[in-house]
Design a protein around this ligand. Structure first.
Ligand SMILES: NC(=O)c1ccc[n+]([C@@H]2O[C@H](COP(=O)([O-])OP(=O)(O)OC[C@H]3O[C@@H](n4cnc5c(N)ncnc54)[C@H](OP(=O)(O)O)[C@@H]3O)[C@@H](O)[C@H]2O)c1
Length: 490
């Protein structure tokens, strides 16, 4: 294999763009301004997601007639489809889908198929892995040059495997696991999978090939859970229980309610199969340097934080109000939005926000913040002693008492992350917006509880948190009024 230039290449066909891997790959191609055509059974699901250059066509891999138009004029077709979430008998359904796709791609003169399947070797493959391999075999037999990338579990927020691990570790102090939890796997970061998939389009291919891809570490599933727990500051024990059958494990997972219940069940039955790279050289031409487990988990958690921080909660009018105990659940986070109108210009209102902390204090209940700082210091934290940098200019990364600035948009938005010790992570965001001569100040708190202790902490202390942040907003509004009054008198 060697590299080809992707310039002036014909459009890419993306199947599975409404799914996890396909959705992220679509974002990548759109960033690179590539011409993409998505085939989906649910075009409406892409209506707000796909960019203006992306073509969306309705099609079903089980309906051959719907594939011809979608495959016409295509250079590379990505096969990122499985029906595990849809039907129990996914083996038969996925076989039919792959056969239809193989025949139509060959007929349409598609140059290349890129398929992401699963690692796993040896006899006694689970139904899930056997089906993934069979799909690869069908596509490789199509006569179209096919790159079958085989991967173990994908570490990324939203991935079925990662979410299953997350729900187990977040919910259970002691995780009963089948003995196969010590089977070796080679988890790979979402970003690395995407890099491999993108590279697979440009690499020169002479024959159809199987490419084994994996992260830098070979670890057991138990180690993946421990690493997740470590990064979330959770104390967890993974206990292999000999009586823990596949069926029992599926019931435990179902009781925790992961969204991808059926997929999680299929994955449990695959735990017994090692999913490690045995032929590393097959991936070398794609020139990706995959990260290890720790970096992959860190990246998954950080990218999720980033996406959360970029979310404009100002637009989230539906969340306004404090009526719900603990706040509005968004994923595992709890969000409360409080709004108050102020009789000032937006820049005047924001000036008061910019002065917060340090010698100015928190506009109300400063005794509480001093007490909270003391508790934090007693627990080995930084307390309130850091104050803030001299002057009023704020910058991302600066400390303000026991907070740190995570986002700062002058005149509009200040997002702070709490650095005090607590069983979870807390953000507080101040926003100012002016609409039709009315200036609104909005205070949003977001808590990401660490496990069940974090949840208990937040729910039990919610009346205190509600009081403190409500008082903070009222104090801020008073300070803005005083400052505006003083300016107009002066
Ligand atoms: N996620 C992982 O951890 C992981 C790990 C290793 C390998 N992989 C492989 O990566 C590929 C994609 O997995 P994923 O996790 O992204 O899957 P996913 O999120 O469950 O999405 C599955 C996709 O398949 C599409 N689909 C299902 N049946 C279809 C049909 N008859 N016609 C057209 N589209 C159909 C669905 O689209 P519509 O319902 O919108 O039509 C959906 O977009 C799979 O081959 C999987 O084996 C995934």
């Amino acid at each position: 294999m060697a590299y080809l230039s992707p310039s002036s290449s014909p459009p890419i066909l993306l199947t599975g763009a409404t799914g996890y891997i396909g959705g992220h790959l679509l974002d990548r191609f759109e960033q690179e301004q590539r011409a993409v055509r998505c085939l989906t059974r649910r075009p409406h699901a892409l209506a707000h997601r796909a960019g203006p250059r992306t073509e969306v066509v309705a099609g079903d891999l089980l309906d051959r007639a719907s594939l011809d138009a979608a495959l016409s004029g295509i250079g590379t077709a990505y096969y990122l489809v499985h029906s595990m979430a849809d039907v129990a008998d996914f083996g038969e359904v996925d076989r039919r889908a792959a056969r239809n796709f193989a025949a139509c791609a060959s007929q349409a003169g598609v140059h290349r198929i890129v398929y992401l399947g699963g690692l796993g070797s040896g006899d006694g493959l689970s139904a899930h892995l056997a089906s993934r391999h069979e799909v690869g075999e069908i596509l490789r037999g199509s006569g179209v040059r096919t790159l079958e990338l085989r991967a173990s579990i994908v570490i990324g927020a939203g991935s079925a495997s990662f979410e299953t691990i997350r729900s187990l570790v977040e919910s259970l102090p002691v995780i009963p696991a089948p003995p196969s939890v010590s089977t070796a796997a080679q988890p790979i970061a979402l970003d690395d999978v995407l890099q491999y998939l993108v590279a697979a389009e440009a690499v020169r291919v002479v024959h159809s090939e199987i490419v084994e891809i994996g992260g830098a570490d070979q670890v057991s599933y138990a180690e993946v859970m421990r690493e997740y727990a470590r990064q979330r500051n959770l104390t967890r024990a993974v206990v292999p229980v000999p009586m823990m059958t596949t069926r029992l494990s599926e019931l435990v997972l179902a009781s925790l309610g992961p969204r991808q219940g059926r997929i999680a069940a299929a994955m449990v039955s695959s735990l017994r199969n090692e999913t490690i790279v045995q032929r590393r050289a097959t991936a070398a031409p794609l020139a990706v340097r995959p990260r290890g487990l720790s970096a992959a988990v860190e990246r998954a958690l950080r990218s999720e934080d980033q996406a959360f921080a970029e979310q404009r909660w100002l637009a989230a009018g539906a969340f306004a109000g404090e009526s719900r105990w603990g706040g509005m659940p968004i994923g595992r986070r709890l969000l409360t939005v409080r709004t108050a109108p102020v009789n000032a210009r937006a820049d005047e209102a924001f000036a008061a926000i910019e002065r917060i902390g340090g010698p100015t204090g928190w506009y109300a209940t400063n005794w509480f913040w001093r007490f909270r700082g003391l508790v934090d210091r007693l627990r080995g934290g930084k307390g309130q002693q850091r104050g803030r940098r001299k002057g009023h200019t704020l910058a991302v990364g600066d400390p303000i008492d026991f907070w740190r600035i995570e986002r700062f948009e002058a005149g509009r938005r200040l997002l702070l992350t709490a650095e005090m010790r607590m069983p979870g992570r807390l953000w507080v965001q101040f926003e100012v917006a002016a609409h039709a001569d009315v200036t609104q100040v909005r205070l949003t708190t977001m808590f990401d509880p660490a496990g069940y202790i974090g949840r208990a902490y937040w729910y039990l202390l919610y009346p205190i948190h509600r009081g403190i942040f409500g008082t903070l907003l009222r104090g801020l509004v008073r300070a803005i009024a005083q400052q505006t009054g003083a300016a107009s008198r002066g």
